[in-house]
Design a protein around this ligand. Structure first.
Ligand SMILES: [Zn+2]
Length: 164
């Protein structure tokens, strides 16, 4: 009896993990859609969405060329818009999904906004924050990476190839 119960609990945990994985992929798919919008506009293809209580409250893509503004990264746009949406500057119940590892600036903003969970598509060895400022996020923040990694990376690679 005891064993049965244990197995049951274990199975339930597996289900939960599996469904979180599925959700992560679903939301990353939306971030990828944003990245594609950036790509189509000739912008470096990075997309982001912010999810609060299983609802997307903001979506954004890189707009640095369009706005002629080096701070117009997808994450920055998404954070500003999410704060407007929630009416408060802290995003303590939100998850940020972003197709490419955030840069130092964005990681700083994610930290200031106290976002507790960040889900990353593909890592960015050259410009990603973990290389320069691995402690930029909130101390309790968790990071999940490698969600739809191939698609996120391929979009970036295709973009840079086409520019050569
Ligand atoms: Zn950035």
């Amino acid at each position: 009896m005891h064993t049965t119960k244990k197995i049951h609990t274990f199975a339930a945990t597996m289900d939960m993990e599996e469904s979180q994985e599925k959700k992560d992929e679903q939301y990353m798919r939306k971030a990828l859609y944003e990245a594609q919008q950036a790509y189509d506009a000739g912008e470096i293809p990075v997309g982001a969405v912010i999810v609060c209580k299983d609802r997307i409250i903001s979506r954004a893509h890189n707009l640095t060329e369009t706005l002629n503004d080096v701070t117009a990264h997808a994450e920055m746009q998404a954070i500003t818009s999410a704060a407007n949406m929630l009416g408060g500057k802290y995003l303590t119940e939100c998850t940020l999904y972003v197709t490419v590892e955030p840069c130092v600036m964005c990681a700083g903003a994610i930290g200031w906004a106290q976002i507790p969970r960040v889900v990353i598509g593909t890592m960015d060895e050259k410009r990603g924050f973990t290389r320069f400022a691995p402690n930029a996020l909130h101390p309790k923040a968790t990071v999940t990476s490698g969600v739809l990694e191939d698609e996120c990376r391929t979009l970036m690679q295709t973009f840079f190839k086409s520019r050569r």
